[in-house]
Design a protein around this ligand. Structure first.
Ligand code: SAM
Length: 250
């Protein structure tokens, strides 16, 4: 029996090819992305790869040529699944070997009408399948997960919140980390003075309560720059280069 989940096709339609379709929508069915799913701002279709195995054992993997530990996902099985789910739109394979996922990439993917995401398991996927379908290989960070499903959810979470109508009026992403090449400034809310487990009373930076928009903006920029410099020398260098270029171009 086929174990596929289909929904109405929205303006941002996602197909997930996985051995664990029951993991979806998972966290994407909650909070902002969950409400957006209910409203039809995005839609989800899961494909159980095992349904495309042809033997009695429903085999989807085999031992690697060249030897070594682990198993490799078979290209013929994946190919049958992909042929059965055309058109694919942009075809993505989640893998630690991919290009790093960034906010810029999230914006780019959120413009697409359809993404098809292949979630790997075991040691990954036979290279020939990735070559034949010109898969776009994306990595969500320099660590190894046991499967592509949590990686796909992270990628989708970042894209979905950028879709029109997903964030409420009160929320915005224009001042968030990475939007201008910097990490975000620190936030504070009430109470004005608060003491934590160390017993030290901590106040809120005075400028934030001053009501002076220009001063608040200047403070936030300085803090953003300080934090980026301290924590992300890679981003800081890019930011400085961009600033230099902008000054040169007037
Ligand atoms: N042998 C692979 C390697 O060393 O690159 C790791 C395979 S991992 C155990 C199984 C699957 O998890 C991968 O095929 C991929 O789909 C997913 N995965 C693991 N880490 C990931 C990451 N950082 N970004 C995206 N996908 C990841």
């Amino acid at each position: 029996m086929m174990t596929e989940r289909k929904t109405m096709i929205s303006a941002f339609h996602i197909k997930i090819l996985t051995l664990f379709p029951e993991m979806f929508p998972g966290m994407l069915g909650m909070s902002l992305s969950g409400k957006a799913l209910e409203k039809g701002l995005w839609s989800l279709e899961t494909v159980q790869l095992r349904d495309y195995a042809e033997d009695n054992h429903k085999t989807v993997d085999d031992t690697p040529y060249g030897g070594g530990a682990g198993m490799v996902m078979k290209p013929d099985v994946l190919d049958r699944a992909l042929r059965a789910h055309q058109p694919l739109g942009r075809f993505i394979y989640m893998t630690p070997r991919g290009k790093p996922f960034t906010q810029a990439r999230a914006y780019e993917l959120a413009q697409e009408k359809q993404l098809t995401i292949l979630c790997g398991r075991y040691e990954g996927v036979d290279q020939r399948l990735l070559d034949a379908y010109q898969a776009e290989e994306i990595c969500i960070g320099d660590y190894v997960l046991s499967g592509g499903e949590p990686a796909a959810m992270i990628l989708l979470d970042a894209c979905i919140r950028l879709l029109p109508g997903v964030l409420g009026n009160a929320e915005t992403h224009t001042e968030e980390s990475f939007e201008n090449g910097l990490l975000e400034y620190p936030h504070y809310t009430r109470p004005t003075v608060w003491s934590g487990p160390d017993g030290i009373e901590r106040g809120v930076p005075e400028v934030l309560a001053s009501g002076h928009h220009g001063k608040v903006a200047a403070w936030r920029k300085i803090e953003s720059e300080r934090i980026t410099h301290e924590r992300r020398p890679d981003l800081w260098e890019k930011y400085l280069n961009r600033e230099k270029l902008q000054k040169r171009e007037g």
